[in-house]
Design a protein around this ligand. Structure first.
Ligand SMILES: [Fe+2]
Ligand SMILES: [Fe+2]
Length: 398
């Protein structure tokens, strides 16, 4: 979209829609994304964030609809990652702002990205305020949400929180507000975003939420740098983050697997039957068709992860190695786990998967099931038993 939207009096969304992006370093963005920037018209005209480099024209076009870019006095960089600052060199050239506000680590990161000593940096410590005229902006450092440099900008009088990567979703829409789209679908995108980007920083985000609650900020609107703006009941996304940061799980198991000739897939079905017999919901994620980032969304609120792969060349299948590497980096916690898989003659996969599950500090409660070639009745009975065993452990936790 190339039109600016007034989201509150004299506050404009001026970002860019990326309908085509399908991969965000390993995260599948099947519905694209948006790079949001916000423009405030006040005595000091201020731009909050920019966009990914190829979208600089979209941003400038949006700005032109509100003011001449050269009329912008201040530029705030809440986060230096290139999806928000890639267009910065060209935008700096176009607007030549009087000041460029950033966090202490933001200045360091900007210098290390763009190597421009001559920009008019103004470092703003956490809690500091600046006046735009009628409005006050308060800055709040939010380290590791999503990079060390990240910060929030809070427009006090308008009760608007510009939250950078926090509370975002990768979802390109012509709508700009949460109350204009189906709530369930929006929350699903927000959950996927949290599971695949912010999950490893859950401890820090939990502290940040507590800090913000202590500050008792009045919030009418949360404006993230990706996706929809939270206008109706904006605190619903803060409540969702609170649950996600504490990694609260449901009575649910994820069975994630890859298979060569369907023996491991058949085992997965039998495990699923075992879980169902004990009344525990299971999600089957077949890595031949399901993307790692969708698996992670399911893993986030699951109490158990059961991972299966056939053995190929004395190893697990490459898609399972990819999955486990990705999952390990995102550090999901408090999971019950087990491994399974079929093999032809050597059969290392179950042992290797189990080792990785243990490295992730998952509670491996069952030695797993490893079966040769095509599973028959007795082998499948073992798989059903594995499912029931996991289900009992899931239920024991409440
Ligand atoms: Fe980021
Ligand atoms: Fe981002």
């Amino acid at each position: 979209m190339r039109i600016s939207v007034e989201i509150k009096d004299d506050i404009f969304w001026v970002g860019a829609l990326d309908w085509s992006v399908r991969d965000f370093h390993g995260y599948s963005t099947m519905k694209g994304t948006t790079y949001n920037a916000y423009l405030v018209k006040d005595d000091k005209v201020t731009l909050f964030d920019t966009v990914k480099k190829p979208f600089k024209g979209d941003l400038l076009h949006c700005i032109y609809k509100v003011v001449e870019p050269s009329k912008i006095d201040y530029l705030v960089v809440n986060h230096v990652e290139p999806d928000h600052s890639g267009a910065l060199p060209e935008i700096m050239e176009a607007i030549k702002p009087e000041k460029l506000f950033c966090s202490p680590r933001g200045k360091k990161a900007l210098l290390e990205h763009y190597h421009r000593e001559d920009w008019p940096y103004e470092v703003v410590p956490s809690g500091s305020e600046i006046s735009l005229g009628k409005r006050t902006v308060q800055f709040l450092e939010t380290r590791m949400v999503h990079w060390p440099d990240s910060m929030f900008s809070y427009l006090k009088e308008d009760r608007v929180l510009i939250s950078s990567d926090a509370f975002g979703q990768h979802w390109a829409t012509t709508e700009r507000f949460n109350d204009e789209v189906p709530g369930g679908e929006l929350m699903q995108h927000a959950a996927k975003y949290y599971a695949n980007i912010l999950l490893p920083y859950s401890g820090l985000i939990q502290k940040l939420i507590a800090e913000v609650q202590k500050m008792d900020l009045k919030i009418d609107m949360i404006c993230p740098d990706h996706g929809l703006i939270w206008r109706e009941n904006p605190l619903q996304i803060v409540a969702a983050y609170d649950a996600w940061t504490r990694q609260i799980s449901k009575r649910k198991a994820v069975i994630v697997f890859d298979s060569m000739w369907n023996s491991t897939a058949t085992m997965a079905k039998a495990i699923c039957d075992g879980l169902a017999e004990e009344g525990v919901a299971a999600k089957m994620m077949d890595l031949r068709v399901d993307h790692r980032s969708d698996v992670m969304t399911e893993v986030m609120d699951a109490r158990a992860v059961i991972a299966g792969s056939s053995t190929l060349n004395n190893n697990m299948l490459p898609r399972m190695a990819d999955m486990l590497t990705y999952m390990k980096g995102l550090r999901p916690q408090n999971k019950i786990a087990a491994a399974f898989g079929s093999f032809g003659w050597s059969g290392e996969s179950v042992r290797m998967i189990t080792k990785t599950l243990e490295e992730m500090k998952f509670k491996v409660i069952n030695p797993g099931v490893s079966l040769q070639y095509v599973p028959a009745h007795e082998g499948l009975r073992q798989c059903v038993e594995l499912g029931r065993d996991i289900a009992r452990a899931v239920k024991a936790e409440g």
